[in-house]
Design a protein. Structure first.
Length: 455
């Protein structure tokens, strides 16, 4: 693979959508994505299944790269790491690398997937609050760009492993800035009571900086902050960056120069048309660049090289889930009725509604309908009443067994968090582009599950 080969940027213009940019309804009433009717995908690959609009995803990825490169052109430069945990496959890893991104990994499985795709280790980072020896060894021997150290304990652990390997490991320190953001607001209060990072407010971060600077097999190249997820405003990032820069300035006063900064991921998307329009990558990039300029003016230090780690905002809206309708049932609720529409997947392919009360929307995919809408709830087939796919959505009253429903914005933390609950098999992931379908990940079958069971 030639990573220097960058295909011409596509017009993105996609950052504000709930549906993939290439999703549209045909005259026949069917929904299609990138020239392929969803009914044809269901026919060929079955349901449930994930459908990836490749141009949409790559457009988003390139938009982030272009926005960061432009905002940081006159500063120390920038790099975008795709947060692989949102969704990772070998093809996606390759596309990200071709589009100029690096990839963040947080386990042996993620890192080996990227390496198996032919993407060199130097385009990877390794995260995690409890990395194993095997993960750290793999990161060092595959030459990752950096390992993000998360605790004082891990400083000694990585130092010992690097020393055994006779290598110097490039490391970042993950700081707990006290800024926690998510949903629509941020709370700049002490969000210290959680498992990630080295606390700034208690001085642990400075202890860590000093220790890494003295370690002979560690090279302290960066400071890292990640403040949360599904964030719809720039202010949390600005507040966290200010804290990171204060630490960088302090380090420089101790004679420790830290050339890189990573400001994490968490850039929000729209799951339904009710969600606020998140700032564009350009807006985020400019806001971050202005914090960097301010820091330079204040500290007199050289601009750092800045990286960010978007996951959801690249892959989330470019994928949808296709389900087949089974049972429908009307239930009396306060002041009316609700129709329960059961589909052939559920919390095993999308745990987010159960885990975070996340909201989604749904559309009939195999036909359009003139029937009047009824208040509906789309539910899965698992043995839990919390097995909800879409809490509240208006669907045509004639939706019936055999219809297809498409749920948009399931690309991030959908397949990635899938399970085999109730011994359901994980769905396939198929990519569509210019009328062509490619299966990226095949459906599991029950024999796959039985193969683990040694009796
Ligand atoms: C989860 C995570 C990300 C990506 O978050 P998104 O909300 O998907 O953008 C980036 N960096 C770190 C350290 C993370 O844990």
């Amino acid at each position: 693979m030639n990573l220097e080969h960058m295909p011409a940027p596509q017009p993105a213009g996609t950052v504000d959508g709930v549906w993939p940019v290439n999703a549209r309804r045909l005259n026949t009433g069917e929904l299609e994505v990138a020239g392929v009717p969803l009914a044809a995908i269901a026919q060929e690959y079955g349901t449930p299944g994930f459908v990836l609009d490749v141009c949409d995803m790559r457009g988003r990825a390139r938009t982030w790269v272009a926005a960061m490169n432009e905002a940081f052109a006159d500063l120390g430069g920038a790099r975008v790491y795709y947060a692989g945990k949102a969704f990772l496959s070998k093809a996606v890893a390759r596309w990200m690398a071709e589009d100029g991104l690096s990839i963040d990994t947080a386990s042996e499985g993620e890192l080996r997937t990227v390496l198996a795709a032919g993407v060199p280790g130097r385009y990877c980072g390794l995260h995690g609050n409890n990395k194993t020896r095997e993960e750290i060894e793999l990161a060092i021997t595959s030459g990752v760009a950096h390992i993000v150290i998360d605790s004082l304990d891990e400083i000694d652990f990585v130092e010992a492993i690097a020393s055994e390997l006779g290598q110097v490991a490039p490391v970042y320190l993950r700081l707990t800035t006290g800024v926690h953001a998510g949903g629509h607001e941020f709370i700049a209060t002490a969000h210290e009571d959680q498992k990630f990072g080295l606390s700034v407010s208690t001085g642990v971060s400075r202890e860590a900086i000093k220790r890494v600077a003295q370690a002979s097999h560690l090279n302290l190249i960066g400071l890292h902050s990640h403040i949360g997820s599904q964030i719809a405003a720039v202010d949390g990032f600005e507040a966290a960056a200010a804290v990171v820069f204060a630490e960088r300035t302090w380090a420089s006063e101790q004679g420790i120069d830290i050339p890189e900064i990573d400001l994490g991921g968490g850039y929000g998307i729209r799951y339904t048309s009710e969600d606020p329009q998140p700032p564009t990558p350009e807006t985020f990039a400019r806001a971050l660049a202005s914090v960097v300029s301010h820091h330079m003016a204040e500290s007199g230090l050289e601009a750092p090289h800045v990286s960010i780690e978007p996951g959801r905002s690249i892959i989330g809206p470019s994928m949808l889930t296709l389900y087949c309708v089974g049972t429908t049932k009307d239930v009396a609720i306060d002041g009316g009725a609700r129709r329960y529409v059961s589909v052939d997947g559920g919390m095993s392919d999308n745990i987010r509604p159960a885990l975070y009360e996340a909201n989604y929307t749904a559309a009939l995919a195999n036909r359009s309908s003139e029937a009047e809408d009824v208040r509906s709830r789309v539910v899965g087939k698992h043995c839990e009443s919390g097995d909800i796919v879409v809490r509240d959505v208006a669907l045509p009253s004639d939706v019936h067994r055999g219809d297809l429903l498409a749920i948009p914005a399931t690309g991030a933390y959908g397949y990635a968090m899938a399970s085999n609950y109730n011994m359901l098999t994980k769905p396939p992931v198929v990519a569509v582009e210019n009328g062509e379908v490619t299966e990226l990940i095949r459906r599991q079958n029950v024999d796959d599950l039985l193969a683990y069971d040694l009796g």
